[in-house]
Every structure is written in structure tokens, then in C-alpha cells.
Design a protein around this ligand. Sequence first.
Ligand code: NDP
Length: 314
Amino acid sequence: MPATILDGNKIASEIRAEAAAAVKAMSAAGLPPGLAVILAGHNPASEVYVRGKVKACEETGIYSEKHTPSTDITTDELLALVTELNRRDEIDGILVQLPLPPQVDSKKVLLAVDPAKDVDGFHPMNVGFLSTQRPGLVPCTPAGIIEMLERSGIKIAGKDAVVIGRSDIVGKPIAMLLLNANATVTVCHSKTRDLAGVCRRADILVAAIGRAGMVTRDFVRAGATVIDVGMNRVSEAAEFKRLFADNPKREETFRLRGAVLVGDVHPEVAEVAGAITPVPGGVGPLTIAMLMSNTIKAAKMRRGGIGSGLARPA
Ligand code: NDP
């Protein structure tokens, strides 16, 4: 039986509708939540992402502003901008779009963001809150994956979950969220021995690797839930053929655009998995939806709507 397709667009639009309703209530009671995005330099991919984020804010009713310092900005100048945004009360969330220009000390800049406004959830204080199960801000992509599982009725407690990838942005936080939700979690990486064998133990398999179609059917136990986080651009004809031997729709896209967007999971996995996220249209849309809900959460926590436990800077 072919896998159930977990429709990220549908779940993301549910989350965004809930976010819009929350923003409406907050606006009626005073101020709408506010998000500031910092986009330094000219990275074409970052520009696309930021456009999507600003558009989502407009659709949700969240106030947003974009700061676009030039490519030659210094660490100190960026720190001054972050400090100013930390200070402004109508700004609830600050998002520093990565990568920053090479001369900038990215870690220093991310560390300067007020943890209470850290809607990306990358600040060590929020990482600590997540690992000690305290309220805080959780990175958007992993938070979106949990929403997708829960809203699709896929139970996590007691399940064997395997995560491939240990990045600070996806792998580690999703592993922690799955653990907090009472899964038995294994984290794999480039040095893992018998990767396919370890993955075959999974009831829930999360692939966050960055390698097109690396997870083939021999990685997946029949009926497992497979979450494909990868977003890879494939432009080589031989690689395209390995992934899509017989898919007229994808062939058409490849012919027209010269490339296709592919996940870390080979399409053949849909023949063995119980449920699977597509790429595009799976985890991707949830990332932006969760940015909206994180901004609302940050606003509520700062305004005392729910206990945050977050330390505010002096
Ligand atoms: P990173 O490059 O930071 O991490 C990749 C991880 O995969 C590393 O832990 C690495 O192991 C592991 N890995 C690489 N090669 C192998 C291998 N052959 N076998 C086993 N493990 C391997 O990537 P990110 O976590 O930032 O992103 C992962 C993917 O998710 C990318 O395609 C990215 O574009 C996508 N992404 C999608 C998002 C969305 O919204 N849909 C959001 C964020 C990311 P090691 O640590 O040993 O090097």
C-alpha cells in the first residue's frame, strides 16, 4: 500500500489561520505582535526566504520590519542594531537571517539577541530551556515537525525514533523534542556505523542530512513514518534519473527549469513507508508557519500572557 502523504501545505495553513486569529485578538487588546528581520548582504536564497517570512507576517497580521544592512557591515554595527531591537518594546521577535557576511562573528550576534525575542530558538538559553523542558522558544523546523506528527494523529510516546543529522538547527532540537515527547531516540551522523540498519529500527525516521535521495528503501521498515527535512537542488541529469526514473511531472519541471527540488529521501521510499512528507510541500511550509506562532508566543510571554521563565536583559 502506498504511504499516506503528510500534506505540509494543509497543516501550515491551519497553523497560520490559528495564528491570524490570535493576532486579531492581540491587536484588539492593544498591539499586534511585531517581528524584525535582519538580512545582511545579498544572498539570493536568503532574500527568497526573507521575502516569504515578511509575506507570511502580512497575511497573518503580524507587524514586520526588514533591516538590510550592507555586505560590509561589521560585527559591532550589527550588535548595535540587535541591541536597539532588543530595547524596542513593540518588537517581540528578532530573526537574524543566516548566513551573515564572512567578516561578521555570527555566534556573537546570535548571542546578543534577547532570548525572549529569539524566535529562531537558537540562543543557548532557549537551547537549555528545551533540554530541561522549560517554556521557551523552540527552533521553527523541528517545532513544525512535531506539529505535523501530532496533527496527523501519529503517536510519538514509546516509539523508536531515529534522526539522521545532528545540526543545531534541525537534528539536535528535533531529537530533543522527540525525547521530550517520550520517544526512544537515536541520533545518527556521518560517522554512524551501519546507518541503514540503525534507521530500519525506526517507527519515526527523520532525515536532516542535505544529500538528495540518500535515504533509500533499505533504510526504512515497512509502515514507518518518514519525515524528509532535506531541501536539495538537483541539476545533473544522471542524478535526476537515479531519483525519478519514471515521473513525467518531475521530468517536465526538470526540462523547463533545469533543476528540481529534492529531499534527503529517495522517492522509492513512498512504496514502503506508512506515512511520508513530500518535498516540496512537506516540512518546508511548516517552518514559516511556526515562525508566525513563535512570534505570537514570544509576544505573549513578554506581555505576561503565559509564564516564560525567560530572563530579560537589564
Ligand atoms: P547540516 O549540514 O548542518 O547537517 C547535516 C547533518 O547530516 C550533519 O549532522 C552530518 O553529520 C549529517 N550527514 C551528512 N552526510 C551524512 C551521511 N553520509 N551519513 C549520515 N549523516 C550525514 O544541515 P542542516 O541540519 O542545516 O540541514 C539539513 C537539510 O535540511 C538540508 O538539506 C537543509 O537544506 C534542510 N533544511 C530544511 C529546512 C526546511 O524548512 N525544510 C530548514 C532547515 C534545513 P556530521 O555532523 O557528522 O557532519
